[in-house]
Write a protein that binds this ligand. Structure first.
Ligand code: FES
Ligand code: FES
Length: 136
């Protein structure tokens, strides 16, 4: 895959991904994978008062998956949980100045991880006795 296919913003986020890493005391961690390509992301969400105060991730994926996770994490930080549920993969690729058509779907990875994290977090709060998620 040649680097030429990505614009400068995408290349910047791919080469210098923001917010990569882990959060030891995260309220929620959740892994989402794409069975199509085998790529996956594990995100750590620090949630306070229904606001995503910090987010980090570990990713196994293509360049576009890394760039979209980086941009997605930047955009998601500071959002309320309700806002996160409205957050779309298209918003991420738009903020990156667009992705090649065959790479558009890569932004789904971080977007669906954030959605799943919010849903799981809320479910856990409704049922606090539920077993915590095993670390994966
Ligand atoms: Fe699924 Fe690229 S093929 S994320
Ligand atoms: Fe798998 Fe991009 S090809 S996330």
């Amino acid at each position: 895959m040649s680097d030429q296919m990505y614009n400068e913003i995408v290349m910047d986020h791919f080469q210098n991904p923001r917010n990569m890493g882990r959060i030891e005391d995260a309220e929620m961690l959740i892994q989402v994978g794409d069975p199509g390509c085998g790529d996956s992301v594990l995100i750590f969400m620090k949630i306070d008062n229904d606001v995503l105060v910090d987010v980090k991730y570990k990713i196994y994926g293509c360049g576009a998956a890394i760039a979209t996770s980086s941009m997605g994490s930047v955009m998601a930080k500071g959002k309320t949980l309700d806002e996160l549920l409205e957050f779309r993969a298209e918003d991420i690729s738009k903020a990156l100045g667009g992705l090649p058509p065959e790479k558009e779907h890569c932004s789904n990875l971080i977007a669906s991880a954030l959605h799943a994290g919010v849903i799981e977090y809320r479910a856990n709060r409704e049922d606090p006795d539920k077993e915590p998620l095993p670390e994966r």
